[in-house]
Design a protein around this ligand. Structure first.
Ligand SMILES: Nc1ncnc2c1ncn2[C@@H]1O[C@H](COP(=O)(O)OP(=O)(O)OP(=O)(O)O)[C@@H](O)[C@H]1O
Ligand SMILES: O=P(O)(O)OC[C@H]1O[C@H](OP(=O)(O)OP(=O)(O)O)[C@H](O)[C@@H]1O
Ligand SMILES: O=C(O)c1cccnc1
Ligand SMILES: [Mg+2]
Length: 499
C-alpha cells in the first residue's frame, strides 16, 4: 500500500470555506492597519466527547494541507467583489481584494500530533502570526479538527471495546453526513483504530485498506441462497464472506458451509460469514459451533447492525463469537454526540509598540468557559519516562517569571485542588512546531503512523480513564503562576459594580 503523506488535498483551495465574519473582520483589521499585529490563538475543546475520559487528537494533517494551499482564486475574488451590504454598496473594496489576491498563510503553527490522547482545555493547535491571517483560518481549522477528533475518538472507543485481536471495519458511508462527511469520517475512523473501510473513494484518497462482503440483494437476485453463495465464490474464490441472514440465519450458515466445503475441494477457503440481524450473541455462538463441526474453524464471523462500543462490550460479555465488527452509522455520524465543541480563542497580541505581549482573556458567566491567556504549552507528566501519563499542566511559555523547577498544577475549576510536581518528574511537551512562517518544519507522520500512535496512546491510559461509564477524570490543570495571572486578569476585566 502506498503510504505517502497526503498533500494538495484541498486544491483548489478552500479559501471561501469560512464564515463571512472572518472576511469582514479581516477587512476591518486591514482598514485599521491592525492586520500585521502579531497574535496568538489556541484551538481547544472543553470536554471530551461521549461522556468519555479522553479524546484522540486528529485533523492536523488536513489542516496543514488547507493552510499551505490557502489562496484566493480569481473566481473567489470576483465572487467577493459581488457581495453587497444592506444599502447595496460593496462589502469589500478593490484595494482590499487586491490584498487578498496575494494572500499566503505565513503564520507559525504548533500542534499536538494526530493520534495523541488529549483532554479538555488543552490547545490542540496554537497559531501565531499576523492577526488577520490567524483569525481568518478559525472556521476551517475548527471544522477540520472538531470532526476528525470526534470521529477518531469514537473509533478509538470502538477499537477498545473490540479488543486487540478483533478487526473493526467501517461501513458508514451510506448513513454519513453527506459525501464530505463520509470521506473524512473514513479517514478519522482509520486513524482512531478501524482496520479498513468499505468507502472506496476515501480509501483511494487517504490510502486506506478497503474491504467488504456483499448485500442481501445479492442473495435475493438468485433462485436460492446456496446458489448465490456459490456464484459469489466463483467470482472471488479466495475473498468471499457470505451474508447469511437474508432468510433464516442458521439455514444460511448451513448453506455457507456446504459451499465452503465445495470451495475447499477446489483448493479455496471461505473467508467468513456475516450476521446482520437477530441476536448476534446467540447466532454467532451457534454459527461457530456449526462451522467448527464442519472443520471450518478458520472461517471468521463478521457482525453488523447498528453496532457501537457499549453494544460490542455487551456482546463480548454474552460470549459472542464475533471476530470482525462492521460498524457504520454510529461511528461515522458520532450518533450519540454528533459534534465536538472545539473553539478557537485569541490569547495574546503584541503591544502596539511591538515590544511586549498583551495577554487576552474572554470572560464567561461559567468559569469553565473563561479562556486561558498566554502563549500556551501542554506538559504531560509521566510515571516514568515514556510511561503512563499522570497529569497535564498548561503553562505560558511567554510568562515573565521562569517556570519553577517543580511547579504546582491547579485545577482551574477549583483552585484548592492542587498537585505539586515532584522534582525531576519525567514529562513531554505536547505542542510541537509544525509550521514556521507558513513553511512545514517537520515531516508529518503518515496516517499509518498516526494510527499506531493512537493505539499506543489509548493503551497507555489507566483503565479508569478509558472506561465508558463514568470514567475517572484525568488531571489537567494550570501551572500556578498562570492560574494566578488568569485570576488577576479576570478581576481586572470585571472589577464588579458597587451595590
Ligand atoms: N445479544 C444482543 N444483545 C444486545 N443487543 C443485541 C444483541 N443482538 C443484537 N443486538 C442489537 O440489537 C439491535 C436490534 O436488533 P434487532 O434484532 O432488532 O435487529 P433486526 O430487527 O433483527 O435487524 P434488521 O432490522 O436489520 O433485520 C441492533 O442494534 C443489534 O445490534
Ligand atoms: O448498521 P450500520 O452500523 O450502519 O452498518 C451498516 C449497515 O449497512 C448495511 O445494511 P443496511 O443498513 O443498508 O440495510 P439492512 O439493515 O437492511 O441490512 C449493513 O448490512 C449494515 O446493516
Ligand atoms: O461490505 C459490507 O458488508 C458492507 C458495506 C457497507 C455497508 N454495510 C456492509
Ligand atoms: Mg441496517
Amino acid at each position: 500500500m502506498n503510504d505517502a503523506p497526503i498533500s494538495g488535498l484541498y486544491q483548489p483551495s478552500l479559501a471561501l470555506l469560512t464564515d463571512l465574519y472572518q472576511l469582514t473582520m479581516a477587512y476591518g483589521y486591514w482598514k485599521n492597519n491592525m492586520h500585521e499585529r502579531e497574535a496568538v490563538f489556541h484551538l481547544y475543546f472543553r470536554k471530551a466527547p461521549f461522556n468519555g475520559g479522553y479524546a484522540v487528537a486528529a485533523g492536523l494533517a488536513l489542516a496543514v494541507d488547507y493552510l499551505q494551499t490557502l489562496r484566493f482564486s480569481d473566481g473567489d475574488i470576483t465572487y467577493l467583489a459581488s457581495l453587497t451590504g444592506s444599502k447595496g454598496t460593496r462589502l469589500f473594496p478593490d484595494d482590499f481584494l487586491a490584498y487578498l489576491a496575494d494572500f499566503k498563510f505565513t503564520c507559525s503553527v504548533d500542534a499536538i500530533a494526530e493520534g495523541t490522547v488529549v483532554f479538555g482545555n488543552e490547545p490542540l493547535a496554537r497559531v501565531q502570526g499576523p492577526l488577520l491571517q490567524a483569525q481568518l483560518v478559525e472556521t476551517a481549522l475548527l471544522t477540520l479538527f472538531n470532526f476528525q477528533t470526534l470521529i477518531a475518538t469514537k473509533a478509538a472507543r470502538i477499537r477498545d471495546a473490540a479488543g486487540p485481536d478483533d478487526a473493526v471495519l467501517e461501513f458508514g458511508l451510506r448513513r454519513a453526513q453527506g459525501p464530505d462527511g463520509g470521506l473524512e469520517a473514513s479517514r478519522a475512523a482509520y486513524l482512531g483504530g478501524a482496520d479498513a473501510t468499505s468507502n472506496v473513494l476515501a480509501a483511494r484518497r487517504y490510502n486506506l485498506p478497503v474491504r467488504g462482503t456483499h448485500a442481501h440483494s445479492w442473495v435475493m437476485a438468485f433462485d436460492d441462497e446456496k446458489e448465490a453463495f456459490a456464484k459469489y465464490a466463483d467470482a472471488f474464490p479466495d475473498d468471499s464472506v457470505f451474508l447469511v441472514d437474508t432468510y433464516d440465519t442458521l439455514d444460511g450458515v448451513r448453506h455457507a458451509i456446504e459451499v465452503a466445503l465445495a470451495m475447499r475441494a477446489q483448493g479455496h477457503e471461505l473467508g467468513g460469514i456475516r450476521l446482520d440481524s437477530g441476536d448476534l450473541a446467540y447466532l454467532s455462538k451457534e454459527a461457530r459451533k456449526l462451522l467448527d463441526a464442519a472443520g471450518l474453524d478458520k472461517v471468521r464471523i463478521v457482525a453488523s447492525n447498528d453496532l457501537e462500543e457499549s453494544l460490542i462490550v455487551s456482546l463480548k460479555q454474552q460470549g459472542a463469537r464475533i471476530d470482525i465488527w462492521g460498524v457504520g452509522t454510529q461511528l461515522v455520524t458520532a450518533y450519540n454526540q454528533p459534534a465536538l465543541g472545539g473553539v478557537y480563542k485569541l490569547a495574546a497580541l503584541r503591544s502596539a509598540d511591538g515590544q511586549s505581549w498583551d495577554f487576552m482573556i474572554k470572560l464567561s458567566e461559567q468559569q469553565a468557559k473563561t479562556s486561558i491567556p498566554g502563549i500556551l504549552q501542554v506538559r504531560r507528566y509521566q510515571a516514568e519516562a515514556g510511561g503512563q501519563p499522570r497529569a497535564d499542566m498548561i503553562y505560558n511559555v511567554a510568562a515573565e517569571a521562569p517556570l519553577p523547577e517543580a511547579p504546582t498544577i491547579l485545577d482551574p475549576a477549583d483552585a484548592t485542588r492542587r498537585r505539586p510536581v515532584r522534582p525531576g518528574a519525567p514529562y513531554r511537551d505536547l505542542l510541537q512546531p509544525v509550521l514556521r512562517q507558513g513553511q512545514l518544519v517537520q515531516q508529518l507522520p503518515t496516517l499509518v503512523e498516526s494510527r499506531a500512535h493512537a493505539r499506543q496512546e489509548v493503551g497507555a491510559l489507566d483503565p479508569s480513564i478509558r472506561r465508558f461509564l463514568n470514567p475517572h477524570t484525568y488531571p489537567v490543570g494550570l501551572e500556578q503562576g498562570l492560574h494566578e495571572f488568569r485570576t488577576q486578569l479576570m478581576l481586572d476585566k470585571r472589577p464588579g459594580r458597587a451595590v
